[in-house]
Each structure stands twice: as structure tokens, then as C-alpha cells.
Design a protein. Structure first.
Length: 167
């Protein structure tokens, strides 16, 4: 348990939480890619894996700027989201519907990350930490783009599910 005595302490805790979340995703995304049957979805997961590895590196840079270690905290929320994703991967049924379920699970993750980065950004802005803001903003932008890409893939899958249901 950490002690919160300042905005810097709060920001440090958030960076540790995000670091844990991102490192958990580095392990989960390859499994999600393998479980996806739609090639665009599989590629989106693989592409986001590469980005996520970059997010880990950025968080290490942020931690260095803050004079903290990014390790030492487990993001319980991400652990739960990953577990939900694993349940989804075990589902049986229509491949396109399963892919849509994977997108739902992935977007829950993206929205969690976007909110986490948004909060960390607000703290870094308040503290006037421009270098930290720049690193966090780059990652938040990538998370938002990943979320949008998942929405686009979902739209195409909805069409294929509706066509097969009507056939």
C-alpha cells in the first residue's frame, strides 16, 4: 500500500497501475490474435501488441522522469478484464459473433486505458510536467485510435452476421 501525500504520489501510483496494465496486455494480445478468426481483427490485435510494447517503454521513460520505478503494483482492474477476455476466447458458436465478443472485451480494455491515461495526463498537466504530458498524450492517442479501429472492424462483422442470419 502506498502513501498519498501529494499529486506526485498520486501520479506515480497511476503510472505504476498503467505499467502493470500494459505489461498484462503484452501477454494477452497474442492470445486474442490467435483466437480471432477475422484476419483484420487478428492483424489489429498484432498491431496493437507492437504499440503496447511501445506504451511499456514510454511508461518506463515517464517513471524515470518522475524518479520512480514503474514496477511493484498489480492492476487488478486489468487482471479482471483480461480474465473476461479469456472467458470470451473459450466461447463456442458462430465465428463472427465470437470475433464481435472479442472486440467487446478489447474495447473494455481500451476504454479503461483511455480513462487511466486521461487521469494521469490531467495530473501531469496540473504539475507542469510537459515531458510526461507529451509521452502520456502519445499513448492516449494510440489507445483512442485502437478503439476506433476495433469499432470499424465490428461494423464490418455486424454486416456479415446480419447477412448470414438473413440467408
Amino acid at each position: 500500500m502506498s502513501t498519498l501525500n501529494s499529486l506526485e504520489d498520486l501520479l506515480g501510483g497511476e503510472i505504476k497501475d498503467l505499467y502493470s496494465a500494459e505489461t498484462q496486455l503484452v501477454k494477452a494480445l497474442p492470445k486474442m490474435s490467435k483466437a480471432a478468426t477475422d484476419p483484420n481483427l487478428s492483424e489489429a490485435f498484432n498491431s496493437h501488441l507492437a504499440e503496447t510494447k511501445g506504451h511499456v517503454k514510454r511508461l518506463e521513460q515517464v517513471a524515470e522522469l518522475l524518479g520512480i520505478t514503474p514496477r511493484g503494483k498489480t492492476c487488478k482492474a486489468m487482471k479482471g478484464l483480461v480474465e473476461e477476455g479469456e472467458e470470451t476466447m473459450g466461447e463456442k458458436g458462430d465465428a463472427s459473433l465470437k470475433d464481435l465478443a472479442l472486440i467487446v472485451a478489447a474495447q473494455k480494455v481500451e476504454h479503461y486505458e483511455i480513462s487511466g491515461y486521461g487521469s494521469a495526463l490531467a495530473l501531469a498537466n496540473r504539475l507542469g510536467l510537459d515531458d510526461v504530458v507529451e509521452l502520456l498524450q502519445a499513448t492516449e492517442d494510440e489507445e483512442s485510435a485502437a478503439d476506433q479501429k476495433l469499432t470499424e472492424i465490428a461494423e464490418s462483422l455486424y454486416d456479415s452476421v446480419e447477412q448470414s442470419a438473413g440467408a
